[in-house]
Structures are given as C-alpha cells and as structure tokens.
Design a protein around this ligand. Structure first.
Ligand code: ZN
Length: 231
C-alpha cells in the first residue's frame, strides 16, 4: 500500500488554500476533484474495493453546530458498534483546526495513517469504516485484542511518525470507556505549535488557526518531498 499523494499533486491543485470563499471557481473545482480522488483512494486501499461515493459530501459548507452534531452521532455509532462486537474500538481523525476540516491536507495525512494503522492491526480488525463528516475524515476500527496493547501500539505510531502529532487516535474499551495515555503512564500529547499539552492549547484557543493550518501544510509538504522517491 503506497502513498501516491505527491507534493506536486497538492501544490498544483491549490492545497489548503482552496477555501469556499475563493473567487477562483476553476481552482475550487480542481481542488475538489483532487479531494474526491484522495478520499476514494484511501477508501479503496484501506476499506473496500467497492467504493460508493462518500466524496459527495465533501463540498458541504459546515458550521460549528454541524461539528457538535456529528461528534454526537459518532458517539452513538461508537456505542452501538462496541455493543455489537463487544471488542475495543479505535477512532482516528486529523487534528485539523478551524471549521472546514475536509481538504487535501487533512485527507493527505489521513491517507498516510490509514495505511499505517490498518497495517498495524491487520487480521485482528473485525470492522472498518471511513467517513467524511464536518469533523473531517474519520477511520473507525473494531479490533480483536487487548485494549491496553492496542493503545500502546497507537501511541507508538503517534510518537514515532514525524506527522504523528497531527492525528488523534482514540481507543475505547469493550465496556465503552476511553483509554487515555495517562492510564498507561504516558505523557499527554504535546501541541504542534508549542511544547504545552495539545488539549489545553485547543481548549484555550492559544494559537492562530491560520498559523496552525500553515504549519500542518508545511510539515506534510516536507514529508511528501522527503518520501517521494521512497515509494
Ligand atoms: Zn500550543
């Protein structure tokens, strides 16, 4: 499973700057195509060869209320899945700031980590699903295994990958409780703009959203450039 998103791919098509307020309609259309193709390739690589078009919702204009609503829906789905499978559940999303979380950058990061995470748990995966909502792209896995072991492996991915700070991988036990880093004796996740705890920086809105977006975009570009010839 290679990463076929390249730097050119995403610079040429407008990257994160495409925005819904962009006057350049052609640029929007092209960027939107790229996003559609990106999410399709993640889906077909990681979930199923039968793609049924989740890109249709990418263009939707979201609000803060949508994000709250979608988060609640995701919680409900999570509870049902855990009840159905009686096994630990993993939920992965991109730590992307602001209201519009669906773009080449968040999808590019998702593509890299979907492959990694699915490869990590391989045949232990009982259920897998990729969704795109106002929360951004979200991977859900139900995994047959020890929940602490799963969380440790997830922390390993988050800590060892150069882009690991940009994803958020939650792990829930088969009784529905969330397993935190603290529970396993690990330090909380650090912010990617400063050295403080990420959750504090997000809650207190300590950093400028555009600066954060630029930071993620730069890091992804750098990563793709460095890894371009290795694929
Ligand atoms: Zn910070």
């Amino acid at each position: 499973m290679g990463i076929d998103l390249t730097v050119n791919d995403f610079n040429a098509k407008g990257g994160i700057n495409k925005g819904k307020n962009d006057d350049n309609i052609n640029k929007n259309e092209v960027a939107s195509d790229v996003e559609g193709e990106l999410i399709k390739s993640i889906y077909m690589n990681c979930i199923s060869e039968n793609y049924n078009g989740i890109d249709a919702i990418i263009d939707k204009e979201y609000t803060r209320d949508d994000i709250i609503k979608d988060k609640k829906e995701r919680e409900c789905r999570r509870k049902w899945l855990i009840k159905d499978y009686l096994a630990p559940l993993l939920s992965m999303k991109v730590n992307y700031p602001g209201i519009c979380k669906n773009n080449c950058v968040s999808f590019g990061i998702m593509k890299i980590f979907c492959s990694l995470v699915i490869n990590e748990f391989k045949d232990r995966i009982m259920y897998k699903d990729l969704q795109v909502t106002s929360e951004g792209p979200i991977l859900t896995l139900v995994i047959n295994g020890d929940v602490c072991n799963i969380k440790r492996r997830v922390i390993g991915i988050e800590e060892n990958h150069i882009l690991g700070k940009y994803i958020d991988i939650e792990v829930y036990n088969s009784d529905g409780t969330k397993v935190n880093r603290k529970n396993l004796g690990f330090k909380p996740k650090k912010c990617y703009m400063c050295d403080e705890e990420l959750s504090d920086c997000i809650n207190d809105k300590r950093h400028d959203v555009n600066e954060m977006k630029q930071c993620i975009k730069n890091e992804l570009e750098k990563y793709l450039k460095n890894n371009e010839f290795k694929n």
